[in-house]
Ligand binder design. Structure first.
Ligand code: GLA
Length: 388
């Protein structure tokens, strides 16, 4: 075996994720079923001792960042490096002044299309630094740290599911995560029985951050209005269908529609997960498609392109279900497909999308993968070895 170069950077990988059930449920305290994807973010890490931070990205190669740990503070940048800086900022807050680091990033995951490229970077960095600094830390703590990078540093009021989906992931399993209790269950999701298709709508998610924060604010207002009627209510997940019917007049449109989505998505996500556990892929897929219809009609986060893709996907024999993934407002559709239907899916969906006048798209295939890991020295990543 070749001797290892002591100066070689330490290489780490963190996956992206797709949410399958429980749409916009995390910040409402509900259950989410997600999978980590077989593509994600790679980082080459070199610890420093002079307090400096060097960040490079193969995607934003013309915008390297050179700063210091001391200069990291929320609002410092809105550029690509905000997610990485946020993770380093939180690591420093938690673990003290760790001396600085150079990180070269690259990815084989499409960015900003709803597959959580941002949480992938945050999770990669907190995971890698914990290992390189020798900090013993439970995965739940890393989840909270990666989540704070996004909420405190970047300023997105997201729930915790993206970071939990990535850091708790297991190969060939989906994760059912209770976003209120933080309990979890790994549900078999085997690549030889279910393929995950991702199809990009090509619609940029420019508005995603502000529109996402607006949905969170609507849910918060609806919760306050209902708390007047239902003392002790702490999150929308606990509004029963009967309580919703009795009190929905208290909710101004569109808040009534937003709450109806949550009230219906709670049992749909749990029923869909039960179906998956019982190998009832048809029932599972129906819950995915049901989630999409509700996101379109009640939560208003879909687009004409995403709707066309879901319709085209569901028309393929062997596609169990499809929905937009992530926050919506553009980005991708995710579908659960029987492996033997892959070829049909791959030709039919882009064709139907083009026929509907929406241009070209392609299908990418994934399987449910494990969480972040250190790469073995002989493993390579796209873009590696990186320039010194
Ligand atoms: C984004 C957010 C998540 C979650 C989803 C919607 O991905 O980052 O926290 O709210 O949208 O389910």
């Amino acid at each position: 075996m070749a001797a290892q170069n002591a100066d070689a950077p330490a290489l780490f990988f963190a996956p992206g994720r797709a949410n399958l059930l429980g749409a916009h449920m995390d910040y409402n305290g509900g259950h989410v079923l997600s999978v980590a994807l077989s593509k994600g973010t790679y980082g080459a890490f070199r610890l420093r001792s002079d307090g400096r931070i060097g960040l490079k990205s193969a995607v934003f190669h013309d915008k390297p960042v050179s700063t210091t740990l001391d200069e990291l503070r929320p609002g410092r940048t809105r550029d690509w490096s905000a997610y990485a800086e946020g993770a380093l900022y939180v690591c420093r807050k938690e673990w003290g002044n760790f001396g600085g680091v150079d990180i070269d990033l690259t990815a084989d995951l499409p960015m900003a299309v709803g597959l959580s490229s941002s949480a992938s970077v945050e999770c990669l960095i907190v995971f890698a630094l914990a290992e390189l600094l020798g900090v013993k830390v439970a995965p739940d703590k890393l989840i909270r740290m990666a989540h704070r990078a996004e909420t405190e540093y970047v300023g997105v009021r997201c729930g915790i599911i993206d970071q939990a989906a990535i850091l708790l992931a297991r190969d060939n399993h989906a994760l059912l995560f209770d976003c209120m209790e933080h309990t979890r269950e790994h549900v078999p999701f085997c690549a030889d029985r279910l393929s995950i298709a991702v199809v990009d709508s090509g619609v940029s998610r420019e508005l995603a951050k502000s529109a996402f924060n607006e949905r969170v604010a609507e849910c918060t207002s609806a919760l306050s209005a209902l708390q007047g009627e239902l003392p002790g209510l702490t999150c929308l997940r606990d509004v029963t269908p009967a309580a919703f019917m009795a009190h929905k007049a208290r909710l101004e449109p569109p808040l009534d529609a937003r709450v109806q989505h949550v009230v219906e998505e709670v049992p749909r996500a749990l029923a869909g997960t039960r179906a998956l556990r019982g190998d009832d892929f048809v029932g599972f897929g129906a819950a995915m498609t049901g989630a999409h219809e509700s996101l379109r009609d009640l939560f208003s986060v879909s687009t004409a392109e995403l709707d066309a893709l879901v319709e085209a996907a569901c028309a393929v024999d062997g596609c169990y279900g499809a929905r937009l993934t992530g926050a919506g407002f553009g980005g991708c559709v995710v579908a659960a497909v029987a492996p033997e239907a892959q070829a049909d899916f791959e030709s039919a969906v882009p064709r139907a999308f083009a026929d509907a006048g929406f241009g070209e798209t392609t299908v990418e295939w994934f399987r449910a993968s494990g969480g972040p890991r250190r790469l073995r020295p002989e493993e390579t990543a796209p873009g590696f070895p990186l320039p010194a």
